[in-house]
Write a protein that binds this ligand. Structure first.
Ligand code: ACO
Length: 313
């Protein structure tokens, strides 16, 4: 069975925060942020717009794109590190908001690799024949756990959501291979502090890890699919930092014009970052039916995941 993305949707909040915003209360500059990260602006949700609200909007679009009704969804998996509450899960809240039947719904946490993990989880349920339309959402409201007094993290993060209906797709489409992994010994480099509830990051260590793992995981997934870098039409890495993305691209041997870049518009949106990039490339016509793409994420845990996929239903 070919399992892939039957429908897709994304949502970014309308409030745009540019780099200059931080200059008034942090010792930083638009020049430093642009040069060191590639970020020019990010979106922040309003106080009364929570993670599940963003997930809801992206999901509606995905359901419509799949041409199904919410009643056809038989499982919900949400990848997030910033749920509305520790429990109930965002997936539980979505089940009610979308008026989906009383189906299995669960959140899973793999930080910025979350969308990769959720897609592959969903794939197994569909492949087994037990489930047919799994709603997978990657969503984060990082603005609510960002320490705005820490210049080395405050400027990096944004909010957003992406959703996919994972199900059976036609011959020549769907997920070709994947590579998932984790290394808990790196947990100390990127975590949410239990007292402040804010993100703590050792940027240099995360940078070193990310550069190595993005290249390694992508290469392994490409090999598993018996592809060569020349076969790749589009490379969509987790949008954390343009310098990390560039180095992963070079390790994979992909030309510059084949890499998706949306970090300039959205910053790092964690589990939403890869789907927001997919959305951008669909809208600008760079991602088309039948394209071979590589998705790769890394994040807190430390975790990683790469997927090769033939786009289309
Ligand atoms: N403006 C100005 N200066 C800054 C800023 C800022 N916003 N942030 C840090 N600096 C300073 C530091 O204080 C340091 O100053 P010092 O030399 O006087 O001590 C100097 O810049 C260099 O700092 P480094 O941290 O060594 O700089 P680096 O080249 O590593 O860049 C960055 C920092 C951009 C954070 C980089 O390390 C990075 O991108 N790391 C990975 C971040 C990432 O991908 N996180 C993913 C999170 S994923 C998830 O799961 C949520």
């Amino acid at each position: 069975m070919n399992v892939g993305i039957k429908g897709f949707g994304a949502y970014a909040p309308s409030k745009v925060i540019d780099n200059a915003y931080f200059e008034s209360f942090l010792e930083t500059s638009d020049e430093w942020i642009s040069k060191m990260t590639g970020i020019k602006e990010r979106r922040w949700a309003e106080d009364d717009e929570d993670t599940s609200d963003m997930a809801y909007k992206a999901s509606l679009e995905a359901i419509e794109d799949a041409g199904i009704s919410s009643k056809d969804i038989d499982m919900i998996i949400v990848a997030t590190s910033t749920g509305d509450y520790p429990f109930p899960s965002v997936a539980n809240i979505l089940q009610e908001k979308l008026d989906i039947g009383k189906v299995a719904s669960v959140d899973q946490l793999a930080a910025c690799s979350g969308f990769m993990y959720a897609m592959i989880n969903a794939k197994q349920f569909v492949q087994s024949g037990d489930y047919h339309n799994v709603l997978v959402v990657g969503v984060d409201k990082l603005s609510k756990i960002t320490d705005m007094s820490d210049r080395s993290t405050a400027v990096l993060f944004g909010d957003g959501a992406g959703a996919a209906i994972i199900g059976e797709v036609s011959e020549g489409h769907g997920i070709l291979s994947y590579e998932l992994g984790s290394d808990g010994s790196g947990g100390k480099y990127l975590y949410q502090d239990q007292d402040t509830h804010k993100i703590v990051m050792n940027g240099r260590e995360v940078f070193k890890f990310a550069v190595r793992i993005m290249g390694e995981a992508s290469n392994k997934a490409v090999e598993k699919a018996n592809l060569s870098p020349d076969d790749i039409d589009l490379f969509i890495p987790h949008q954390a930092n343009i310098r990390i993305m560039e180095s992963a691209r070079l390790r994979l041997g992909i030309p510059e014009e084949k890499m998706s870049v949306s970090v300039d518009k959205y910053g790092n949106t964690s589990a939403a970052s890869i789907p927001l990039s997919i959305d951008q490339e669909l809208k600008n016509g760079k991602l088309k039916d039948g394209d071979t793409i590589v998705l790769v994420g890394f994040g807190g845990g430390l975790t990683w995941g790469a997927i090769t996929l033939k786009w289309g239903k």
